[in-house]
Ligand binder design. Structure first.
Ligand SMILES: NC(=O)c1ccc[n+]([C@@H]2O[C@H](COP(=O)([O-])OP(=O)(O)OC[C@H]3O[C@@H](n4cnc5c(N)ncnc54)[C@H](OP(=O)(O)O)[C@@H]3O)[C@@H](O)[C@H]2O)c1
Length: 222
């Protein structure tokens, strides 16, 4: 049975990833920050672990809990949007917090678990087209855009550093999705966006490593 580790799986896209991978017969290791928020993902069939990806001590505990388990896919999904990001009103601490959760934490998760990903396995991160420099035509959203652009660079470097181990590393763009982050006006539902991203991951191989894929399978310009 293949195994996936998913961060931030108590709600939104992470919960839907857990549901779809469990339904496909995978062993799903799901992380939540608040143990009381884990019921839905547990009901979906996942094994629930507590981790705040911005807190290295909880990642160390998670590493100890998952010792010896081969992880076919490590999916960095946890993310935050941030507040006060308009030009002239950017909050420094808020900016750094978004960078920490969205860009640094996926690198630390990869550093912690890469040795448990077998050749042919995947490390992926849910990024955003808002992190694409090429697709930025409207400005603003400084912290979120910068964090996802930094995440994209982390993904690219990981793809090169882990190539010798034959681990593929990719960034994913879910589209605009109805979650707490995406809001109710988004055109996509979590099942639609996650089905698309899962189909991308089902096909990813080493020749795709270092690429950025939209949920519909098209490639996103960095
Ligand atoms: N929705 C969209 O339209 C959209 C578009 C592009 C990209 N994305 C990306 O997709 C990913 C999932 O977003 P979503 O829409 O599902 O958002 P969401 O509904 O707000 O869920 C975010 C998830 O991340 C978790 N999380 C936040 N900070 C964390 C931390 N420090 N440690 C561990 N978990 C943490 C949250 O846990 P708590 O419940 O404990 O807060 C929650 O499970 C994010 O990376 C986001 O940037 C979303």
């Amino acid at each position: 049975m293949p195994t996936i580790l998913i961060t931030g799986a108590n709600r939104g896209l992470g919960l839907e990833f857990a549901r779809q991978y469990a339904a496909a017969g995978w062993r799903v290791l799901a992380t939540v920050r608040d143990p009381l928020s884990g019921k839905a993902v547990s009901d979906a069939g996942a094994e629930v672990y507590v981790a705040d990806v911005a807190d290295v001590s909880t990642l160390k505990r998670l590493k100890a809990s998952l010792a010896g388990i081969s992880l076919d896919v490590v999916l960095n999904n946890a993310g935050i949007y941030g507040d006060n990001q308009s030009f002239g009103a950017v909050d420094s601490d808020g900016f750094l917090k978004v960078m920490r959760v969205n860009a640094l934490a996926p690198l630390q998760v990869a550093e912690a678990f890469a040795d448990q990903v077998p050749a042919g396995g995947i490390i992926a991160a849910v990024s955003s087209k808002m992190g694409s420099v090429a697709e930025n035509t409207s400005g603003g959203f400084y912290a979120y855009r910068a964090s996802k652009a930094a995440l994209n660079m982390v993904i690219k470097s990981l793809s090169l550093d882990l190539a010798a181990r034959q681990v593929a590393v990719v960034a994913l763009s879910p589209g605009w999705v109805q979650t707490d982050m995406g809001g109710p006006n988004a055109p996509l539902t979590p099942p639609q966006a996650v089905a698309g991203m899962k189909a991308v991951l089902d096909k990813v191989n080493l020749t795709d490593s270092g690429k950025f894929f939209h949920f519909d399978g098209s490639e996103v310009a960095w």
